[in-house]
Design a protein around this ligand. Structure first.
Ligand code: ZN
Length: 365
């Protein structure tokens, strides 16, 4: 029933979006991202475990946003967003491995520079609920290896796994339980199937969602979607979503997909939605590889199925932070009110134009 409602809503959104697109002559990279923010917001509203329910109160809720307040905050919600990509968290630093110590320092650095975490789905939905004056950062983990989420023999959370480190950061303040975990279900080595530890898989997924983190798909077997047959691709996209949703329960919707190897199929529509053997699937956010920040979800240059990610390792992170300090006009700064979009009247050219289909108040100054 929930799926029916979502589908009906999507149909309406798609038709309305196509109509608006025709009228305005706008193109958001084809049908793949048309109406995306509103559509995702709807699925989250349907979910009993949506991350918004566990959001910390936004600091902008003291009254309606005005141009004066937005200017005083320096809000620029048309600015770019850092999206970081991690793989292994383990004792030896390597190309795809971050040590617990370094990951802890990454979080401390981001905190000290005014970044605040949001989930990938919330970036795609334009649901960015962070304190005024802060910048969103999306922390993502691929391949669901044990170092990302480990339970110790005594049943406690390993303080040196990624979840343990992030939860400690939350307790210290000025941080929230937000990050996106893209899980594999059937892969060698087996320890990359939902963080290893078979006895804890379901509990971990449910705990992540309960705390406010996002669980997303990385296909079933880490499938190369560019080389796979359409049949195999639709099978894995459908099965990974359905399996994760079944394990999590509670009406949770898996809506983000990390593209294995960053290899896209020839046509984005294959990712956006499809059906295999009676099981339908829909993805609103696609996480890619890259070396640049993402566009704002409120910008015409945002592509929800092609969100670029910067590698989570020392130089890449410090370079990205330094680039924003050199060009602060490019950095997303929140007005603290997730319901409004605030931005300067004059924007750097590469930030694109404000989308005309946002359906929410816009403040320019
Ligand atoms: Zn991967």
């Amino acid at each position: 029933m929930r799926r029916d409602r979502v589908l009906r809503f999507l149909t309406i959104t798609f038709v309305a979006g196509a109509f608006i697109g025709l009228v305005c002559g706008l193109a958001f990279g084809g049908g793949s991202s048309t109406g995306t923010p509103k559509a995702v917001a709807q699925t989250e509203g349907d979910s009993s475990v949506s991350s918004t329910e566990t959001s910390q109160p936004s600091s902008g809720s003291t009254g309606p946003m005005t141009a004066e307040r937005a200017k005083a905050i320096g809000a620029n919600e048309m600015g770019q967003v850092l999206v970081l990509m991690y793989h292994l968290i383990d004792s030896e630093e390597a190309e795809w491995t971050r040590t617990p110590e370094n990951f802890r320092e990454d979080i401390a650095l981001l905190k000290s520079k005014g970044y605040y975490p949001v989930n990938a789905r919330d970036l795609a939905a334009g649901n960015i609920d962070i304190p005024a004056g802060e910048s969103p950062v999306v922390i993502t983990f691929d391949d669901s290896s044990p170092g990302q989420y480990r339970i110790l023999d005594d049943g406690s959370l390993d303080p040196d796994c990624a979840v343990g480190i992030m939860q400690a950061a939350v307790e210290e303040g000025d941080w929230a339980s937000r990050a996106s975990f893209f899980c594999l279900l059937d892969v060698v080595p087996k320890e990359r199937e939902i963080f290893g530890q078979p006895d804890y898989q379901q509990e971990k997924l449910r705990t992540l969602v309960e705390w406010g983190y996002e669980v997303g798909s990385h296909t079933v077997t880490h499938l190369n979607l560019k080389e796979a047959s359409t049949k195999e691709a639709t099978k894995q996209l459908a099965q990974s979503q359905a399996t994760l949703e079944g394990l999590i329960g509670g009406g949770y919707s898996v809506t983000s997909l990390s593209i294995p190897f960053g290899e896209y199929p020839a046509d984005d529509s294959l990712i956006a939605s499809g059906e295999y053997d009676g099981t339908k699937y829909t993805y609103y956010a696609g996480l890619s590889l890259g070396s640049v920040p993402s566009a704002s979800p409120f910008s015409t240059v945002f592509r929800a199925l092609h969100i670029p990610r910067i590698r989570g390792s020392a130089n890449y992170i410090t370079d990205a932070i330094a680039a924003f300090e050199k060009h602060p006009e490019l950095r997303y700064i929140s007005d603290g009110d997730p319901a409004t979009v605030s931005a300067p009247t004059e924007l750097a050219e590469k930030l694109g134009e404000l989308r005309s289909d946002l359906g929410r108040p816009v403040i320019r100054y």
